[in-house]
Write a protein that binds this ligand. Structure first.
Ligand code: MN
Length: 479
């Protein structure tokens, strides 16, 4: 990796930033002078690679500079003010945010650490690009983990799974998330990793012809109708396969191991393509998902349908527009391409209005004055396992694992929670404290004459919003 290689890619999509990026490189190089990585290379190689990862996402100028400068506050004799003066306050803020995020640690117990942890978590909501730079930093560190001791490797891999994989998921950066997961698994369970890698390779070889045949056939059908398209074969990542096997699935039960990804120019053509695919390959009825009308909670959008391909092999087909595919691979970072100059504002706005994790984070911050409780709640509500359930309209709702129908009701609206008397889950009536599972369809039964939430519900809910609303209701009733 060299500066020229970085500049070449920047020149391609954002030539007016060449000067700034060069300046940031020179500045960082001087700062890290005499420092070396464990691999023996000069330290500057690391920030350079981080900036390159960001340039591949077509990051804006400030983000690129922050990528190059991200370690100077921590490792060198340099202050935030100096960066602000030398570059601008925006770059200084990003570098400062990344430096702090590096210290995020959920297990620290001292009061000061807890207060710090809270500041870091709230800090990332001020500018989502802090998360993006940090993810690029972690990605390069994970890619070069072979130079660390075995203890450090495992420790970093665990931290990556606990903190950075969820963050990548929340902003929809699937490509980064998949790579981080695979790298972590490789260091945590090398044997299992190797075994699944072999399985994956064999699957790809065995199915190559079938997928190529399908790809060719669909491409021809679409070309005949003048629908602009691009089709790719996609295999689930190694960690994805590991997780499904670990959940007790047999290999043949995992229907989306191999998928065909079909990208077309607009939404109308997505649905037309769906019809064309179904008329050629017979679909399985209950394996169809419309994430275009009902995006996932991290704004992933696509049509999914599993069909009988050649030789009656099941193949998942994903149909989406080119822009949706960009968002599917890079999440919020895709806006750098889609929105150009206005990307930063659109990212921040979208994060607030569309990404459910952001809302939960703000809510937790408002409710918990105590730092220890705040940190514990963020950890258990946002950085633990989650479930996804459907409303009757088909909207997807994200909840922590163990959440009940009461949590669901309050997530919809506090009035729904306050008048809830029961729920219907997949056509079966259940009590309010029923624990929800992935993919269940939930309808809340309300009655305006209901008694209202009971005090014992407080023990049955997982989410901060439900807890707060129940307490509010009880306090108002007494007062
Ligand atoms: Mn770094």
């Amino acid at each position: 990796m060299t500066l020229d290689k970085l500049l070449e890619i920047v020149e391609d999509y954002n030539p007016e930033e060449i000067e700034n990026v060069t300046k940031a490189y020179k500045f960082a190089e001087a700062m890290h002078e005499g420092q070396y990585r464990q691999s023996g290379e000069p330290y500057i190689i690391h920030p350079l690679n981080v900036a390159y990862i960001l340039a591949e996402m077509h990051a804006d100028g400030s983000t690129l500079c922050a990528g190059l400068l991200h370690d100077v506050l921590e490792d060198c004799d340099c202050t935030k003010e100096e960066i602000a003066k030398e570059f601008n306050p925006e770059v200084a803020n990003l570098v400062d945010g990344v430096t702090k995020l590096s210290k995020l640690n959920f297990s620290s117990k001292s009061d000061q650490n807890l207060a710090n942890t809270r500041k870091i978590i709230i800090g990332i909501t001020s500018d989502v690009r802090i998360i993006i730079v940090k993810l690029a930093d972690r990605l390069h560190n994970m890619r070069t983990l072979q130079y660390k001791t075995e203890f450090k490797q495992k420790e970093n891999a665990m931290e990556t799974m606990d903190i950075f994989v969820p963050l990548a998921y929340y902003i929809g950066a699937y490509r980064v998330k998949s790579e981080l997961e695979d790298l972590s698994l490789q260091y945590l369970y090398p044997d299992k990793y190797k075994r699944i890698e072999d399985i994956k390779y064999k699957l790809e070889v065995d199915n190559k012809e079938i997928l190529q045949e399908m790809l060719y056939t669909i491409n021809k059908i679409l070309n005949d109708r003048n629908i602009p398209n691009e089709i790719k074969v996609r295999t689930k990542n190694i960690y994805g396969i590991y997780k499904r096997l670990n959940e007790g699935n047999k290999l043949y039960e995992i229907h989306d191991l191999l998928a065909l990804k079909i990208m077309v120019d607009d939404i109308a053509n997505c649905y037309q393509t769906l019809g064309l695919v179904h008329s050629k390959y017979h679909p399985i009825n209950d394996k169809f998902k419309d994430y275009i009308c009902n995006p996932k909670t991290n704004m992933y959008r696509s049509l999914h349908t599993t069909v009988f391909g050649p030789e009656n092999r099941l193949v998942q087909t994903q149909i989406r527009t080119f822009d949706m595919d960009n968002v599917a691979s890079f999440g919020l970072t895709a806006y750098w391409d889609i929105e150009k100059g206005n990307a930063r504002n659109v990212m921040q706005e979208d994060l607030k209005s569309k990404y459910q994790f952001f809302d939960s984070l703000i809510e937790i911050n408002q409710v918990f004055a105590d730092n220890q409780e705040f940190v514990w709640q963020v950890k258990s509500e946002l950085f633990a396992d989650k479930i996804y359930v459907y409303t009757t309209k088909g909207d997807i709702i994200e909840l922590p694992k163990g959440a009940t129908a009461i949590d669901f009701a309050y997530k919809i609206h506090s009035d729904v929670g306050n008048t809830m008397v029961g729920a219907i889950v997949n056509d079966k009536q259940v009590k309010p404290d029923y624990i929800l599972h992935n993919k269940e369809r939930v309808r809340i039964i309300t009655d305006i004459m209901s008694y209202g939430p009971r005090e014992e519900w407080l023990d049955k809910v997982q989410t901060t919003k439900a807890k707060r609303k129940i307490k509010d209701f009880i306090n108002n009733k007494e007062g």
